[in-house]
Design a protein around this ligand. Structure first.
Ligand SMILES: Cc1ncc(COP(=O)(O)O)c(C=O)c1O
Length: 390
């Protein structure tokens, strides 16, 4: 009965596409639990919060003090969906915090970015609707589109002209139209022109859905993301942020209008039919959210590190793209990408190869994601290691 799976596994191995779980990282997640620790260059801990034990310690101390008081609630599991008994007060505090920070009408906390993206579009669309998405949006958005009953069209990555032609041709055939994009693309490190998308949204009367998973915490003056940075926060109809990356926690949120939030609460299956996030995790998220707004120095350091590394990689003649802390180095061959990753590991750098189906065939790459914890010396040594392997 397992022959089919064995054959497929063997084929993936031959193609250089077999995925295996890497070794667990050491506590603090700055290096592997190996004798020769490596500098991690593939974590989404963009502000360095998850790898800084001081934050965790301060959080535990604060919680321990609260624990001494009678008012401290049960902090284990949520034990049911938010619609049953799992709706923790901390979850509502986080939503109130986000509403205040974004100055948008409503926030809805969800269990993960994946849950959010597979749930929102199916909940809000019908057969009469159209979803138009950037060709390179994340797998979770693709799964959400697959689960929805709407017609789905894709436009070439960041190509606003083709998107406009598409809307000119198709808009009149549909009831509602949803424009879907990431703001900072997770595998390419480039950034959507949200102003152009907002203009098209108005011209063709669409809803704009922006996934800020990789920009929340990192971009914009208060770390709210690219919509804040591009000054279009209040033009985005559905703004998704995650807690699992720069916020070093778990979960996600969508900022939207109150009626849409109410509608999602009534229809969104990955909210209704799953156990809510555990209260202890929500408490950590609440603690971290209190830090992010004031971490401008970390954001500036991260941006500076990214500029520096991009420049050095360009001097080495390596092909990269984008203009953010996520830097792909295109290798364009799965086996070579694995080899480069192994050679970099031997020089003390942990960088993973990204291969199909995560990225299109022929665009195999190493994905470097910098964090605010990386020091200038580490970045220089990494650029040198890249030169060494050519
Ligand atoms: C653009 C984007 N959206 C959503 C997600 C899913 O977020 P989460 O890890 O919270 O499920 C990811 C995860 O990598 C992502 O890159």
């Amino acid at each position: 009965m397992v022959n089919r799976y064995r054959a497929q596994l063997n084929q993936w191995k031959q193609q250089g596409r077999l995925r295996t779980l890497p070794k667990p990282l050491a506590p603090g997640r700055m290096h592997e639990q190996a004798e020769s620790p490596a500098c991690i260059l593939c974590s989404n801990d963009y502000l360095g919060i998850g790898s800084n034990p001081a934050f965790w310690k301060a959080f535990l101390e604060q919680e321990y003090t609260l624990l001494q008081t009678d008012s401290y609630g049960f902090a284990g599991g949520a034990c049911s969906s938010r619609l049953l008994t799992g709706n923790d007060t901390v979850c509502e505090e986080i939503e109130a915090f986000l509403v205040h920070a974004f100055r948008m009408e409503a926030a809805l906390v969800l269990n993960s970015g994946y849950h959010a993206n597979i749930g929102i579009l199916p909940a809000l669309t019908t057969r009469k609707d159209l979803i138009v998405a950037d060709k390179l949006v994340h797998a979770s958005l693709i799964d959400g589109m697959r689960l929805s009953q709407a017609t789905v069209l894709r436009y070439p990555h960041l190509d606003m002209q083709t998107l406009e032609h598409l809307l000119q041709r198709e808009r009149h055939k549909y009831d509602q139209v949803f424009l879907v994009t990431e703001s900072l693309f997770s595998m390419d490190g480039d950034i959507a022109d949200l102003k152009a998308l907002v203009a098209l949204k108005h011209q063709y009367q669409c809803m704009l859905y922006v996934d800020e998973a990789h920009s929340f915490g990192v971009r914009g003056p208060g770390g709210l993301g690219c919509a804040q940075e591009q000054d279009v926060l209040h033009e985005v109809d559905l703004l998704l942020g995650t807690f699992g990356k720069a916020a070093a926690s778990q979960g996600a949120f969508v900022m939207t209008r109150s009626e849409i939030r109410d509608y999602l609460v009534n229809t969104m299956r990955p909210l209704i039919f799953t156990t809510a996030l555990p209260p202890w995790s929500l408490r950590w998220t609440r603690y971290v959210l209190g830090l992010i707004g004031s971490m401008s120095d970390e954001r500036a350091h991260l941006a500076h590190s990214a500029d520096m590394l991009r420049e050095q990689l360009a001097q080495t003649g390596l092909e990269t793209s984008g203009n953010s802390h996520i830097i792909p180095i295109f290798i364009r061959d799965a086996h070579k990408a694995i080899l480069c990753s192994e050679q970099l590991r031997a020089q003390g750098f942990h960088v993973l190869p990204i291969r199909p189906p995560t990225v299109p065939e022929g665009t195999e790459r190493l994905r470097i994601s910098l964090t605010a914890a990386h020091k200038e010396a580490q970045i220089n040594s990494f650029a040198q290691a890249c030169r060494n392997i050519g």
